[in-house]
Write a protein that binds this ligand. Sequence first.
Ligand SMILES: Nc1ncnc2c1ncn2[C@@H]1O[C@H](COP(=O)(O)OP(=O)(O)OP(=O)(O)O)[C@@H](O)[C@H]1O
Length: 442
Amino acid sequence: MLQVNTTDINNYKEKEIEMIKQQYLGLNKKKKKMQKPSEKFRNIFNFEWDQSEDTSRYDTNPLYQNRLEPQILFGRGYIAGVDVREQRKKNNFYDRLVQNRINYSMKKHTEEELQKKKGSSLSHSTNIDTNVGTNAGTNAGTNTDTNAGTNTDTNVGTNITISQKKSLKTGTDSDIANYNGDSYSADIRKDKYNEENHNIILNNNIINNEVISKNTNDEFIYKPIINNIIKDVQNKHWSEKKREEMTDRDWRIFREDNEIYIKGGIVPPPIRTWEESGLSPDLLKAIKKAKYDKPTPIQMQAIPISLEMRDLIGIAETGSGKTAAFVLPMLSYVKKLPPLTYETSQDGPYALVIAPSRELAIQIYEETNKFASYCSCRTVALVGGRNAEAQAFELRKGVEIIIGTPGRLQDCLEKAYTVLNQCNYVILDEADRMMDMGFEET
Ligand SMILES: Nc1ncnc2c1ncn2[C@@H]1O[C@H](COP(=O)(O)OP(=O)(O)OP(=O)(O)O)[C@@H](O)[C@H]1O
């Protein structure tokens, strides 16, 4: 028998407890020491910088004197790929920047004006009519009209010029505007600029939809009315836009608003109204007659895809207008083909709709007939429980569209009541249900 003394037992117990702790708490896991390359190759390479190699201290370029603080934001203070409006709510980086520039420029300008006033009072009765920057693009052109001994005109006009506006935008330290101490605007050449379609100067201090006003501390406040940075945000809502004005972003919002989710390559944009669908006037008339004022979301997206003759799987809840979503493009397709004659009708229908139950097939048949009569399309419902001979008779006369259940359709094909020689448009309604019923095998 193995003799183990008590100290060993205690040691084993401690070890065991330690191992249990490690397993369940993940404690005391010693990290494997990794040797840094600098340590490993210490004797081969010299990683230490020699002081003489540091050029930064001798850099005289003022650009590098005040280095920028690292910013997680880029450009104008926005992070790429994140909704700008949301960011704007949280981040006023750019606004603060502009605000500071305005404050700085205004302060500087006020000081200069005071200096000028002091100078003018020293030169006694000199009439100074200052029209700074009436010429767009420059601040030159200060017109000093000296009429010694006449009225002292101290009305220093406030004109914001295009160049000044630009400097406000770009933040150069040039004058932004003349300032008469209290109000920001006085002599503004609104008409002139409107003529030139600049839309920059307005009497009420609105500059490109930005308002500059003063707060109680006599500081100039910059208030952007709308986002002047991202033009798209400035644009109208999609509902106010024409189809050709819609951007990808608008379509994305439109789809989100209508809960349309798509999967697949190069999907055409949805239709917002029936007029945008490109359906024939006959069909549009039929839609109007059916009192379908606006397409439902499934119709909005499925119709333009189907009209491109592309395969499509549409999923939408019951009563969402799926039937019209597939019937209308089908009728549009059939209408483009030559009308069936007795001879051509022997090759069978142009389109086929299969539904898992006779009730559903009848429902589709009725919905199709709402529109089919307007484009002279003949339809037949091949469903069980109805006279097969009557259906065969209809088929013989020729139909453009067959709507049926799998069982009766198979029956008709086997009995050669019809063939599908020219049927290139097939719709499977409630396809998942048909798969469950074994449609695939039959
Ligand atoms: N754009 C529309 N505007 C108004 N009514 C519509 C529109 N589209 C379809 N409808 C009507 O809505 C009702 C339901 O449509 P439909 O039967 O096509 O829905 P569905 O999604 O196919 O339903 P189910 O899943 O039961 O087959 C029908 O009475 C149809 O006439």
